[in-house]
Design a protein around this ligand. Sequence first.
Ligand SMILES: [Zn+2]
Length: 313
Amino acid sequence: MSLSITTVSRNLVTRFVSLFAAVVLAGCASPASSPGASGGPGPGAFDVVTTTTVFADLIANVGRGHVRAVSLVPAGGDVHTFEPKPDDLRTLAGAKLLVMNGLGLDDWLEKTITSANRDAPLVKLAVDLPGVQLLEGEEPGTQNPHLWMSVKYAELYVGRIADALREVDPANATDYAANATAYNASLKELDGWVRDQVGAIPAANRKLVTFHDAFPYFAREYGIDLVGVAVNAPGQDPSAAEIAALVNAIKAAGVKAIFSENQFPTKLVDQIGAETGAKVVANLYDDSVGDPPVTSYDAVIRWDVTALVDALK
Ligand SMILES: [Zn+2]
């Protein structure tokens, strides 16, 4: 009894949402769609809904021509503290595939799916991802979620996205495989560029302090010493003792610059900068793309690395 009621209401919602989506899409492109892939979605393209604009860009590159990649968190928004709104339920209801990171970054998506009665397949890009080496002391399932900030691990995300697209749309399996191969070739080039750039920073200056803990995999991959972070997680303010400990660590290590990300307030890092004499660079990107020209994953990495080199060389 309850099953059939759920099915009926879901069908009604789906029909309403399809109609709504058709009207909206006919009028204008969704502002949350990834701007990353040139050659937009063709006729018959389906929605893949994800949590961040960075993942939307990866999805758009792999799904090129067949997929509309939509991010629930808008560019510049904070995925860690995001609260889905009724509009997001409608977006979810139109998805053929759902993609999230997992590991605590965007777990709100699972609760949202439950209340939206979604039954589209859900892919967790970072959970039990083969080929990932955990950081020292980490346990599987509870590790730092920001794997994609290592370009090597972003390549693994791309492989997982291609597998998922093949499953939901086997007719275009060849295209997804070819797109993933081409895009991963560009990521290999990006990875080499990062190594060259970081190599230009004097070894003694390769020290990183960021606002939130998004860079541990990046730092390990590219030989940068992660001295500390200002907050344990977005929304959790550090205690006075934690700030004092970080200030001491920055002074002891001789850190030249501390970095913050575009989506967070700069008050705390400004304070730490004033207490340590380290320069504050407050426009890095990690969980979100930004305004032009930082509108793709590739551009996020290039922007951050350029900022690091400028501040630390
Ligand atoms: Zn983050």
